[in-house]
Each structure stands twice: as structure tokens, then as C-alpha cells.
Design a protein around this ligand. Structure first.
Ligand code: PBG
Length: 330
């Protein structure tokens, strides 16, 4: 054939392929979500094989191992004891609560580790919703926006006081980024960042996570605050609003089934974009690999590369520590 243009020339050797590679995945991109509880035991999570609900000591050890492997950040998800859950979720701003104690222990053990916290009421709320619930006279459920935002501000300040580097509101209430920014600044925490769950969809892929924390809504669903999976312009709208409200990092969640949203948000903002590869995405890969149907290392790394290529600067993933080790050839 007379073919002057042959794209395969750029794929000919590993050296050439490395020169033309457009996206690089590195341990420095990863944020490791960690589950913790009040027990002294480390308990494997049945709904998320390979994940553990850590004791405080276990959490510190695991975070240290991930950090040593090159992972710069962790994000904390607590399982709160049933008798501490209330309809107003007030335990979420207890300075001696599980999360503030964990933040202090992590920052003491690893001052260079970036500690991120989830700001939302669902682990603390006896109704299992991300906001305060009020029941209408007809029995219908209403998730109260403004009242919830007031509590989120107290939660964010509590985490900042304990030493959190980044607080991450995950509930999709309106106006929470600007309210949290003002609350942090008023208390002297202008250096604490906000990573906003900007486009968080009402996704069935969160199922295993809710099992891990016993945090499923007792009644109803999250569709009045989390986004409709059918929508993409709405994600752009949320991104514009969060940027105006002062967010430092915008997040899209889930990641794999929402690569178009990651790409759109990337094109909408100059802010860093994060994507959350959620529990259901993790479980699909883990279970297919456990059955011997897919190769775990290659599939997990490809899924993360796809998320990075779509436009994510950083990825929250349960594979973080393992993927960091894989990338280092371990
Ligand atoms: C709730 C929260 C959820 C996740 C992170 N924060 C679940 C939900 O919205 O019900 C899901 C994470 C995952 O599935 O891995 N604040």
C-alpha cells in the first residue's frame, strides 16, 4: 500500500509509546477512602471484599502503609454507634467523636498525609438521610436544606479544629459550599480547603458502601437531593455554582459510568476535578476478578486510567493503596 500516514509508527516500541502517552496514572493521583468504627477489632466488610472497617489503631497503620506507597491523601468514613444517632445528627460535631479523634491520630502519626473528611449527616442521622428529615402531615418525607447546612457548618469546623486539611461536603444540599467557607473563615480556618461533591448522582452503585456503614436511608431514597443519572447540563450548572461559592476542588461521583460528566466538568472549570470510583464500581471489578473472569491488576488500572483520561486530576478509589503498589512494580 502507498500509505504515507501510518499511525502505528507511534505505537512501534515501548519507548515511543511512552513518549506519545497522553495520560499518566500515578500514586500521587489517589485518595484512599477508609472506613472506621469505635471497636478495637478490624472487621472485614462483607459487601466490599478487601475493605476493612478499621479500629483507630488499624486505621493509622493502614493510612501509613498507603502513604508510604505514595498515596498523598485519605478520606474518612465512620460507622457511628446506633445509640449516638439522632434526628439532628448532633454527634457529627462532637469534638471527642470518632472522626475528630481519628484526624488527630493521623495528623500526629503522619504530618505530611493529607486528611480529608466527609461532611454529611448520613452516618449520624437516625433516619439515614444526608439531611435533617421532617415528616409532612400526610406522612411524606422532606429533607430540610437550610437547617441541614447549619449543622454541616458545625461539622466542618469541628473537623478543621481537629486538623483536617480538606473537608468534603457530600450531601448535595444547596448553598453548603459558601456557608461552610464562611464558617471556616470565621473560625480562623481560611487554609482548610473544600472539596465539593459537585455532581453526585442518585446512583445504585453506592449499595455496598451503605452496607459497610449501615447508613442506608430507613425510608425513601435520595432523589430529592442527589442528581438524576439522566442529566448532564445540570452537572455543569452545579459546577458553576460550586466554583462561585468558593469550592477548591469539584468532584464527580460515581466515576466510571459518568466519564462524560467528568469531561464536561473539566471543560467548565479551571478548578481541579476529582472523581470517585464508588463501592459498586469496585465490587464489580473485585467480583469478576475473584471469579477468575478478569485480571484484577490490569482491569483496575485501566478503569483508573479511563477516569484520569476523562479529565480527573485525582481519584478517590478503594484500589488506591494496591494500585500505588502495582504502579511501583510491587
Ligand atoms: C454519603 C456518601 C455515600 C458515599 C460517599 N458518601 C453514599 C450515599 O450517598 O448514600 C458512597 C461511596 C461509595 O459508594 O463508595 N454521604
Amino acid at each position: 500500500m502507498n500509505l504515507p500516514i501510518r499511525p502505528r509508527r507511534n505505537r512501534r516500541t515501548p519507548a515511543i509509546r511512552s513518549l506519545v502517552r497522553e495520560t499518566n496514572l500515578s500514586a500521587a493521583d489517589f485518595i484512599l477512602p477508609l472506613f472506621l468504627h469505635e471497636d478495637a477489632e478490624n472487621t472485614p466488610i462483607a459487601s466490599m471484599p478487601g475493605c476493612i472497617r478499621w479500629s483507630l489503631d488499624g486505621l493509622v497503620k493502614e493510612a501509613g502503609e498507603a502513604h508510604a506507597a505514595g498515596v498523598p491523601a485519605v478520606v474518612l468514613f465512620p460507622k457511628i454507634e446506633e445509640d449516638l444517632k439522632t434526628s439532628d445528627g448532633a454527634e457529627c460535631f462532637n469534638d471527642d467523636g470518632l472522626v475528630p479523634r481519628a484526624i488527630r491520630a493521623l495528623k500526629k502519626a503522619y504530618p505530611t498525609l493529607c486528611v480529608i473528611t466527609d461532611v454529611a449527616l448520613d452516618p449520624y442521622n437516625s433516619d439515614g438521610h444526608d439531611g435533617i428529615v421532617r415528616r409532612g402531615s400526610d406522612g411524606s418525607l422532606h429533607i430540610l436544606n437550610d437547617e441541614t447546612v447549619g449543622v454541616l457548618c458545625k461539622q466542618a469546623v469541628c473537623h478543621a479544629k481537629a486538623g483536617a486539611d480538606i473537608v468534603s461536603p457530600s450531601d448535595m444540599m444547596d448553598g453548603r459550599v459558601s456557608a461552610i467557607r464562611s464558617a471556616l473563615d470565621a473560625e480562623g480556618f481560611s487554609g482548610v480547603s473544600i472539596m465539593s461533591y459537585t455532581a453526585k448522582y442518585a446512583s445504585a452503585f453506592y449499595g455496598p458502601f451503605r452496607g459497610a456503614l449501615d447508613s442506608a436511608p430507613k425510608e425513601g431514597d435520595k432523589k430529592t437531593y442527589q442528581m438524576d443519572p439522566a442529566n448532564h447540563r445540570e452537572a455543569v450548572r452545579e459546577a458553576i455554582i460550586d466554583e462561585q461559592e468558593g469550592a477548591d476542588i469539584l468532584m464527580v461521583k460515581p466515576a466510571g459510568p459518568y466519564l462524560d460528566i467528568i469531561s464536561k466538568v473539566r471543560d467548565t472549570t479551571t478548578l481541579p476535578v476529582a472523581a470517585y470510583q464508588v463501592s459498586g464500581e469496585y465490587l464489580m471489578i473485585k467480583s469478576a476478578c475473584a471469579a477468575g473472569w478478569l485480571d484484577e491488576k490490569n482491569v483496575a488500572l485501566e478503569s483508573l486510567m479511563g477516569i484520569k483520561r476523562a479529565g480527573a486530576d485525582m481519584i478517590l478509589t478503594y484500589f488506591a493503596k494496591q494500585a500505588a503498589l502495582w504502579l511501583a512494580g510491587k
